[in-house]
Design a protein around this ligand. Structure first.
Ligand SMILES: [Zn+2]
Length: 551
């Protein structure tokens, strides 16, 4: 990554003009400690706080609208159309069909350095349709996808923050470019490596990512979790009548089952850090037809590039064995990939200072009742919503990382200084990828948490626009610490393409029923109003059992 000294000098000159020598004194050759936040920058931050507050109904509408679209990976058509229209109205230029993904786009506003990328995910989770504000399972459309992770709130946060900041940038002629991008098909880790390959981040100075959480939080270094490759193994055999001439058939489903058996025996001999799981997406049509094709979809998770590649090699070998045993052939298709993220220390510390300044939203009794009602429903401790902020997370040595989930923000984090803002828009102690994770996501809990998150994001954007020494520091960490001994190599090959067809059939089938639940903000102030949900709706607490009263 080549960094431009001249543009950095220009940014410093601008800071000098705006803030005087104290701020602009940041070293150009070696990073110096960050200058304190000047009164002027502090005033700007208070101004964006107020602007985000003024935008809270606009933010709520976006959160509710995207929730109601409930589109799974690569099918975020309505969500993309809706959000890009809003961004265009606010003066952003949209590049559509980004990286060959029909639902992907990049929205750009402003000019010159620094270039700040602001991203968050957009897709939802299969089979997690749920009526918001109701603390027990009640799908809107049975079997349909739903926002059972909460990705409906991230881009509303990013867009609100960017609008608040750009008003100041335009008025006071502050140099800088804002680039907003959507995390398409994050549940498949399906897009971000392709964004990197398409060059989205090649002139970006700082990347700010946000992800829904149950509290405010951020961290730096290598965290817990995994990277992964998603791979579909498709076996092809020969069909035959399963009863009259079964000897003429070669079953692709047999191959899938043998591959899964092989993998499950292999697990004993894999590192403790690995996580792997599969679903059979094609197991044949009906029992009296020997399945001529069958497909099993694996997520192969490990903690670094070499181990992910090694795991993939083992899975390919077992698939080959299953094909040999059954006289079938096998092909593979990559559906997504992710590096384990490494977050930037300077970016995380900058975010954290703004988290401390903004503080958690004020939860009211209705919010706490919904949270505790859902926790009770799931037999979890009834801790309600958080009232204190988590500490800043630091680096976790690889030998203490025992795996977990993956996010393709990892690929971006290895290309440009990046950190994730987790914001408090969901309820603690939920299982994840589940209808319960959708319950809060179009209620005041999500609305307040997204507004609070947008304030933090706006403040952080201002820091990187106006304190150029922070950008220098972030790149020094990136170059001298993070990428000193490890360089990014994509887990996608030159011939791999985004798996844009996945979920298309599912959504074509379910979209008509889902469409009747799209939110109409011209008629209803909130989505809860439209659905007629009383907030909060919880099962009554169980009565306290009567005591035996002794003998
Ligand atoms: Zn997510």
């Amino acid at each position: 990554m080549i960094r431009s000294r001249t543009t950095r000098a220009a940014a410093t000159a601008l800071a000098l003009a705006l803030f005087g020598p104290a701020l602009a004194a940041g070293g150009q050759q070696t990073p110096t400690p960050a200058a304190p936040v000047t009164p002027k920058l502090e005033a700007y931050k208070r101004e964006t706080d107020a602007a985000v507050d003024r935008l809270k109904d606009f933010t709520q509408q976006m959160v509710d609208q995207v929730f109601s679209f409930a589109e799974p990976g690569f099918q975020e058509l309505e969500s993309a159309k809706y959000l890009t229209r809003i961004l265009e109205t606010h003066g952003f230029t949209i590049e559509r069909n980004y990286a060959g993904i029909p639902t992907a786009w990049v929205a750009t506003w402003g000019s010159g350095k620094p270039v700040i990328a602001i991203g968050s995910d957009l897709d939802c989770v299969p089979a997690s349709s749920q009526k918001p504000g109701v603390a027990y399972h009640e799908p809107l459309v049975e079997g349909a996808p739903g926002h059972g992770e909460g990705h409906n709130s991230g881009l509303p946060l990013s867009i609100t923050a960017a609008i608040a900041v750009k008003e100041i940038m335009a008025r006071d002629k502050i140099s800088g470019t804002l680039k907003i991008w959507p995390g398409i098909a994050e549940e498949m880790v399906g897009a971000k490596a392709f964004y990197v390959r398409a060059g989205l981040f090649k002139d970006v100075d700082i990347s700010l990512y946000s992800h829904v959480g149950q509290n405010f939080g951020t961290g730096w270094g290598s965290g817990t979790g995994t990277g992964l490759q998603g791979v579909r193994y498709t076996f092809t055999g020969e069909s035959a009548h399963s009863a009259s001439q079964p000897w003429r058939g070669r079953s692709a489903l047999d191959a899938v089952e043998l591959m899964d058996i092989g993998w499950n025996f292999q697990r004993e001999h894999l590192r403790l850090q690995q996580r792997s799981h599969y679903v059979i997406t094609d197991g044949g049509a009906q029992p009296n037809v020997v399945p001529s094709t069958a497909t099993v979809w694996y997520y192969l998770r490990e903690t670094d590039y070499e181990h992910i590649k090694e795991l993939r090699g083992i899975a390919d070998r077992i698939a080959g064995g299953a094909a040999q045993m059954t006289g079938t052939t096998v092909t593979t298709r990559l559906t997504g990939s992710a590096w384990l993220a490494h977050m930037n220390k300077t970016v995380a510390e900058t975010i954290y200072a703004n988290i401390e300044a903004v503080g958690l939203p004020t939860w009211d009794e209705a919010d706490q009742t919904l949270a505790k009602g859902l926790q009770r429903e799931l037999k979890q401790p009834e801790i309600g919503l958080p009232t204190t902020i988590q500490p800043l997370r630091g680096d976790i040595p690889p030998d203490q990382n025992y795996g977990g989930g993956s996010d393709d923000i990892g690929d971006i984090s290895w290309n440009v200084p990046t950190a994730t803002l987790n914001y408090p828009a969901n309820i603690p102690n939920l299982p994840g990828h589940h209808w319960a994770n959708a319950v809060a996501m179009a209620t005041p809990i999500a609305h307040k948490g997204t507004t609070a998150g947008a304030k933090v994001q706006a403040r952080t954007i201002l820091d990187f626009l106006l304190r150029p020494e922070l950008i220098e520091q972030a790149w020094t960490y990136f170059r001298d610490v993070q990428t000193k001994d490890r360089k990014y190599q994509p887990l996608i090959g030159p011939d791999d393409r985004p798996a844009i067809d996945i979920n298309a059939e599912l959504l074509t089938r379910l979209r008509p029923a889902m469409r009747t639940f799209y939110y109409d903000p011209t008629k209803y102030k909130t989505y809860l109003d439209q659905l007629g949900v009383k907030y909060p709706t919880v099962r009554p607490a169980p009565p306290i059992p009567p005591s035996n009263g002794g003998q």
